[in-house]
Design a protein around this ligand. Structure first.
Ligand SMILES: C[S@@+](CC[C@H](N)C(=O)[O-])C[C@H]1O[C@@H](n2cnc3c(N)ncnc32)[C@H](O)[C@@H]1O
Length: 195
């Protein structure tokens, strides 16, 4: 990415943070190193889709494309209008959808999306109500297991050394797949699988 585009991406992200700090969770986009680490953990087979929740300004989306996931197999769900419009312009060949990740099932059905390989969440989940966390996980897992991908798992990144979602209470197992120092703040990639 050109440095002027990077500056623009940072501006768009920061402006949205000023509007809705709680839904952003960070003041700057994820680094390319975090994007690469996440993309490396993704399981994808030809014909499947990858779902990204909370696309922001697209740093993780870009990492997925660089890893080789076909652009037209990427489903990016973003709640905030300004970010949705930015993402739609940045990734015209991908399916960028404005919507609430807690309603992922409806979104995928409406867009007739088939089998999903992995669901990645960049949503700020730490400190969120349990009902929100459960909706994200239930809908994300159902998007894979409900369509025949029984091994499907979710990836979530966070800035804390503690797993960001309460795995046991959610009926899941969690492992820390990666730790990325070259991000601000340093981030961990967590892998959630069925217990
Ligand atoms: C921490 S930012 C991550 C952005 C980007 N993935 C990155 O790593 O730079 C969280 C993103 O989740 C979006 N978001 C928050 N709640 C959401 C929801 N319920 N459904 C969809 N997107 C949501 C925010 O608008 C924001 O773009």
């Amino acid at each position: 990415m050109q440095s002027s585009s990077l500056i623009r991406e940072g501006e768009v992200f920061f402006r949205q943070w000023l509007r809705t700090p709680k839904s952003m969770g960070s003041v700057i986009p994820s680094s390319k190193y975090l994007a690469r680490a996440l993309a490396a953990e993704v399981a994808w087979h030809p014909g499947q889709y990858i779902v990204e929740l909370g696309g922001g300004t697209g740093s993780i989306t870009q990492g997925l494309i660089e890893r080789g996931i076909p652009k037209d197999r990427l489903i990016v769900v973003e709640l905030e209008t300004h970010l949705f419009e930015y993402l739609r312009d940045r990734f015209p060949e991908s399916r960028v959808i404005q919507g609430d990740a807690t309603r992922l099932g409806e979104i995928l059905a409406r867009h007739d999306i088939g089998t999903v390989g992995t669901v990645i969440s960049g949503l700020p989940v730490v400190g969120m109500p349990f009902e929100f966390q459960k909706a994200i996980v239930d809908q994300g897992m159902q998007a894979m297991h409900g369509k025949g991908n029984d091994d499907g798992f979710m990836l979530q990144y966070s800035y804390s050394p503690i797993a960001p979602l309460p795995a046991e209470r959610l009926g899941l197992k969690v492992t820390r797949a990666r730790y990325v120092l070259r991000n601000f703040p340093p981030a961990a990639v967590w892998k959630y699988t069925r217990a």
